[in-house]
Design a binder for this molecule. Structure first.
Ligand code: ADP
Ligand code: MG
Length: 345
């Protein structure tokens, strides 16, 4: 049984302008997701309330305090169009004593900063591609990773700042790309060894004994040879683009038991290392040494019906509504103390 007074919080960032013009599309996606989560909860005879976070956090907190929810389904991915504020929104729930789904502020903050997340993975012996963070082009001489490389904004999400030019093969294009990230996204660039292998999304649910859902793989086989095999912004969000149509997720992935075990084991280690709660998606590429390399840990990943987590849940026999209830149940058990070993923020 899930609680009755459920509030769904999400960002309404229609007024925001940042990065490239199209970057707003991913910000708007969460409005549809909130609606899908609402419908999924309604299927259980419960009427949740939608609470948008717009440009005034005071309005937001007033609505929450007034409604005194039993639990918040937290879909906020930041505030004011800034992904880096994701942890602050969860921090606000903590300060006011609200119960909410998903990871706490510390996990959200650590994971979104790809550098800190990778430092933690590295320290725990969880393989992740070699990397360097460059905030000033002058420090480039200290980088000793061999080409090809991929250049990403250090604290963004959802493919933002990643397009075909993100993969670089020589020093001139590397410099150009770092300058692009610093100039357009106003943050340091994460320069990473490019892993030219199969790409998997591994979804995990639970706390005390987290479960791995069926693994999903991106099928790049339709992409022309001269296009890098990556899932950048266009491939993730521009549904009419050839890149979207030619980077198809296949779930369950056609993989051997051995690969499945390696992926599951790596994903659980990464989930625990970053202190994830309730649900997360780990993006992994297979290195040419046949060992999984963690690209990133996504606490509170996209939970829309057509995104990776729901796809994997469906392959495990969970309807969308059952998945949403399961996440709420995981959170409730944490707060009730039924699931004792959860991670505090
Ligand atoms: N080191 C890498 N090697 C190969 N491809 C990569 C690497 N890092 C990222 N990519 C590609 O870029 C995509 C987005 O990168 P990711 O780190 O997952 O950031 P985001 O938060 O934007 O999803 C990945 O799904 C993958 O296709
Ligand atoms: Mg990713």
């Amino acid at each position: 049984m899930i609680p009755k007074n459920i509030f769904i919080t999400y960002n309404d960032d229609a007024y925001v302008r940042k990065g490239e013009l199209d970057d707003i599309i991913s910000l708007q996606g969460v409005v549809d997701t909130a609606d899908s989560v609402k419908k999924a909860i309604e299927e259980n005879g419960i009427a949740p309330k939608l609470v948008p976070l717009k440009d005034d956090p005071e309005d937001f907190i007033k609505m929450l305090r007034h409604g005194a929810p039993d639990i918040i389904f937290n879909l906020c991915e930041g505030a004011f169009g800034l992904s880096s504020m994701e942890m602050n929104v969860a921090g606000l729930y903590e300060l006011f004593g609200f119960r909410y789904t998903g990871s706490g502020p510390l996990t959200l903050g650590l994971s979104l900063n790809k550098e800190t997340a990778k430092n933690i993975l590295y320290a725990r012996g969880i393989p992740t591609p070699k990397y360097a963070v460059i905030g000033d082009i002058k420090s480039l001489s200290s980088v000793s990773i061999s080409f090809p490389l991929i250049v990403k904004p250090v604290h963004e999400d959802a493919g933002i700042g990643i397009d075909n030019n993100a993969v670089v093969w020589d020093i001139t294009s590397l410099k150009k790309r770092i300058e692009y990230i610093i100039d357009i996204y106003k943050q340091p660039a994460l320069v990473e060894e490019y892993i030219d292998g199969r790409e998997f999304n591994v979804s995990v649910i639970g706390n005390e004994t987290p479960n791995v859902l069926p693994v999903s793989e991106i099928d790049f086989s339709e992409l022309p040879m001269d296009i890098p095999k990556i899932v950048g912004y266009e491939a993730k969000w521009i549904t009419t683009s050839p890149l979207y149509k030619k980077t198809v997720p296949v779930c369950p992935a056609n993989i051997s038991k051995d690969i499945e075990e390696k992926l599951s084991c790596t994903a659980i280690k990464a989930y625990k290392a970053l202190g994830c709660r309730d649900y997360a998606r780990i993006d992994i590429r297979m290195g040419n040494d046949n060992m999984p390399k963690v690209l990133e840990v996504n606490p509170n990943p996209d939970i829309s019906p057509d995104a990776g987590l729901a796809r994997s849940a469906l392959a495990a026999g969970f309807s969308y509504s059952k998945l949403i209830c399961e996440i709420i149940n995981c959170a409730v058990k944490r707060y009730d103390g039924t699931d004792k070993k959860f991670f505090k923020p």
